[in-house]
Design a protein around this ligand. Structure first.
Ligand code: LLP
Length: 421
């Protein structure tokens, strides 16, 4: 459930009319709902009720300071994958002991920043990285808390570009080598083993792959404990999928996911961490755009809008589906029209949807791309010299621009021209 609903035919975000925001901010823009962000966070938090846990929001999904502050105020920890994300989490007031650091390529600088600023744990992805963290910790005279990310070799049954838990993927160490690698970690004085980490992919629409992976983690926990390691924490990654369309079957709910976690891992007495990104932010955001032209092709109609693949890359990159709806609802009974919905960027990949049935639109009409809150603004670029689009946050009856649209001059000013011109 989200808070983008029609009232008397006009799309609202909580208690604010989307058309009113568009009139003030200009299109295109991203629009998030505070109530939806909070609700989604609580669904996870409550799903793990009764078990010691921390929900670490995977801030790669949407990392605006206002979004981080909203979630931090609910008690969220953060899952970061770069020095930039670490700095953003700290800037939003999240303390180091609630930040976990994931990712296959942490640099010496990033490790040093996190060790100096405070870190709950590094999720280590390889032995060279383990050695590097150990060396930095010894140099700084501290001990680095670590888990090791194991690759359980299960099929996440999701898009190939976002599956991470198969042995051919670059992530983690093979679970078959875990005992050997944990023994190695235990021999390094700069490291303290605190648990195990696993993350098998994103936009999973079934519980089964998670369950297969978590059962393997349960088995491994017992084995590592028998080897004398202290395993007090299990980081289970993110990945629970969201409904991108109202028509297809809904993925499992957080409460069902939580019950499965308790069933597979509850008996171990470990603290549980999860790293959801998409489920928290995805349906808490929309992208609002304006129709520039309706162009009659030979055998199709093109709806040319002012947002493009540089603003929302998911359809071009993953063939992702986003529901696209008019901001002013059509009257009941209006016949739908088939459109190819495209942006102004000069490549055919700049297509949001093909043969999409929608009520008829004319130039100037506003449309909204649903489920755009996660992996939307964060993946945008200035391709075709299109300035990054603004982000707006709604809370009840108020809205605020939380990242403003840079001017074209500002964009050009970031270039430096050498003095030989
Ligand atoms: N933890 C780790 C270690 C991850 O790599 C990811 C996502 C997450 C947590 C959060 O997963 P989520 O709950 O959001 O599924 N750009 C792609 C998605 C990439 C996901 C990468 N890792 C997309 O737009 O679909």
């Amino acid at each position: 459930m989200d808070h983008f609903l029609y009232r008397d035919g006009d799309l609202f975000a909580e208690d604010v009319s989307v058309a009113e925001i568009a009139a003030e901010v200009g299109t295109p823009f991203y629009l998030y709902s505070t109530a939806t962000l909070e609700r989604h966070f609580r669904l996870f938090d409550e799903a793990l009720d009764g078990i010691d846990h921390l929900v670490c929001y995977a801030m790669k999904a949407a990392s605006n300071q206002a979004i981080l502050k909203t979630l931090a105020a609910c008690g969220a920890g953060m899952d970061v994958v770069s020095g930039g994300e670490y700095a953003r989490a700290k800037a939003a007031g999240v303390s180091g002991d609630k930040i976990v650091f994931s990712g296959v390529g942490k640099t010496i600088d990033e490790i040093e920043t996190a060790l100096s600023g405070g870190i709950r744990q590094f999720n280590v992805e390889s032995e060279p990285e383990m050695e590097a963290i150990n060396a930095v910790a010894l140099r700084l005279g501290v001990v680095a808390p670590i888990t090791i990310r194991v690759n359980p070799d299960v099929d996440a049954k999701t898009h190939a570009k976002i599956a991470t838990g198969k042995s051919e993927n670059k992530f983690g160490i093979p679970i078959s080598r875990a005992r050997e690698v944990y023994a190695h970690a235990a021999s390094l004085a700069g490291l303290k083993i605190v648990g195990i980490d696993v993350h098998i992919g994103s936009q999973l629409t079934e519980l089964e792959p998670f369950e297969l992976a978590y059962n393997k983690v349960a088995e491994l926990t017992e084995m590592l404990r028998a080897d004398g390691h202290e395993i007090k924490r299990l980081d289970l990654g993110g990945g629970l999928g969201i409904p991108y369309t109202r028509s297809n079957e809904a993925p499992p709910l957080p409460v069902e996911y939580g019950a499965m976690i308790k069933k597979t891992l509850g008996h171990l007495g470990c603290e549980i961490e999860i790293e959801p990104g998409r489920l928290i932010a995805g349906n808490a955001g929309i992208m609002v755009s304006k129709v520039i032209y309706v162009k009659e092709g030979e055998d199709r109609k093109f709806m040319i809008v002012d947002a493009a693949m540089n603003d929302l890359i998911r359809p071009a990159m993953y063939e992702a589906h986003h529901d696209i709806v008019p901001v002013s609802e059509a009257e009941a009974g209006v016949e739908q029209v088939s459109y190819d919905i495209v942006g102004p960027v000069c490549e055919s990949g700049d297509t949001f949807a093909k043969s999409r049935l929608m009520p008829p639109v004319v130039a100037g009409d506003l449309i909204a791309f649903r489920s755009a809150g996660a992996y939307g603004a964060v993946m945008s670029s200035e391709y075709n010299s299109r300035p990054l689009i603004p982000e707006v946050l709604v809370k009840d009856g108020d809205f605020a621009v939380i990242r403003k649209r840079p001017s074209v001059e500002e964009m050009i000013d970031r270039d430096d021209v050498p003095d030989w011109f």
